[in-house]
Design a protein around this ligand. Sequence first.
Ligand SMILES: [Zn+2]
Length: 467
Amino acid sequence: MNAFGSKRLCSLQVSFLGATRSVSGSMHLVESGPHRLLLDCGLARGPRDEARQRNRHFPFDPTHIDAVILSHAHIDHCGNLPNLVRQGFPGPIYCTPASKDLIAVMLHDSARIQEDEVHTTSDLGQGARPGGANRRPLYTSRDVNETIDRCVTIDYGVDIDINPEVRLRFTDAGHILGSAIVSLHLQHVGREQRLTFTGDLGRRGLPYLREPSNVPPADLLICESTYGGKLHDSLESMAARMGEIVRRVELRGGKVFIPAFSLGRTQIVVHFLREWMAAGIVPRLPIYVDSPLAVEIAYVHEEHVEQLQKPDRDDIPVEYMLSQEEARIRGMQREPCIIVASGGMCEGGRIISHLRHHLDDPRSAIVLVSYQAPYSLGAQLMQKTPTVRFHGRTWNKWIDVEQINGFSGHADKVDFQALLGSAVGKTGQVRLVHGEAEACEALAVQLREMGFGDVRAPEYEEVVSVA
Ligand SMILES: [Zn+2]
C-alpha cells in the first residue's frame, strides 16, 4: 500500500507532498519495497490557515517513515523536521556535516518565532479555544534538540548503505553551505533503480561556494526549477552597478541598505562587497551586518571554511551588530556606510527599523537583492508610484530604490543547461518541483529541447511510479 492507501504495483513510487508548482514546503515521499524515505521536510508558507494546516498535519503516518534525507538547511526544506520528530518519527536524518550545524541554528530560530507567534496571537485574543491545537507552537526548542540528535552526517562523494537495499550519496549542490544533490540506488526483488533529487541547485561562476556538481542521471530525476527560463546578471555587471550606487550615496553622505535573507544571501553579498572593495570597484565604506541569526551562521561558515571555494578576505572588516540598540545608533550616525540587514523582502527583520528612519532620506539607497513577492513592501518600493504605505503612514520614497539581480543562490537557464547536460540520454522521467508554474513550464520546454523525454511538473499529492 502507498501513503494514500492504494496498492502499489511498482517497486519505486514517489509522492510529491510539497513545493509543487510553488517554492515552499519541499517534501517528497519515496517508497521502495518495504522502505519509506522522506526527501526534505520543509515548512510551507502561503495563505495563513492553509499553510498552518499543511504544516501541522502530515499526509502520512510519521511513525512509518524509516529515514529522512535532507538536501540543505533552508527553512522551506528542513523547517518541519522537529514537528515530524514530535509526532513520532523514529528514524535517522541524513545530512552533510555543515547542514547539521546550520539546521541547529535555523530550527532554534524557527522554534522561537513560533513560540512568539502563539503568545502574540493569544495576547490579541485571536487564538483558538484555550488548549486548542492552534494555541500550541508547531514545535519547541526541546523538539529541535531531539531533531539535531537524530542527524547522521555524511560527507560529499561517500556512498553509504542506509540499509541493505538503499545506497545514498551526497554531491555538492553549490547552493548554500552544506547543500547537497541526493542520489539513491534502490534495490528491490533483484531490480535496481536510481533516483536523483537536486535539492536547490546553485549558480556557477560565483566564486564563493564551490561550483555545483553535475546532476547524476537517474530513472527518476526530481529537479528544482526556481529560475527556469531566467538569466542572471553577470558578476562583472553586478560589481559595476554596486560600485555606481555606493559612489553616488557616499558623495551625498547617505547610507546603502541591503535587505537580505540571513542564510545564503547575506554571506554572498558580504563576500562580494569585500572582494569588490579590495579590487577598487566599490568605495571602501564600513560594512555592518544587522542580523542576529547571521552572526551564528557566520560562525558555522568559519567552522566549515574548507567547504568554500574562496573564503572571505579579512583585510576588509565587517562588523556584526548584535543588539537592536547598537543597530539603531549605527543607523543614525552621520558617516556613510553599508548596512546588510535581515528581511529580504522588507516584510520583517531588522531592515524595518532602518526603513522607518530612512525611507524618506534622499541621500540614501536601498538595494534589493532578493526575489520580491508581489504583496511585499520590497515590490511596492519598486513600483513607479510616488508614495508607499508603511507602518501606518504614507511615505514619499525619497530614498533611491535599486535592484541588483544575480546574487541568487539558484541555477539559471544557462546553469541548468550545463549541470543537466551529462544526464541527457541516461535519464528516465524528470519531475520539476520548487518553481512557480511559469518557471516550471519554461524549464520543461528547455529540458525537452535538450533531449529529456518525459518532463512534467507534478500536482500536489501526485504519485509517480517507476516501472
Ligand atoms: Zn534553498
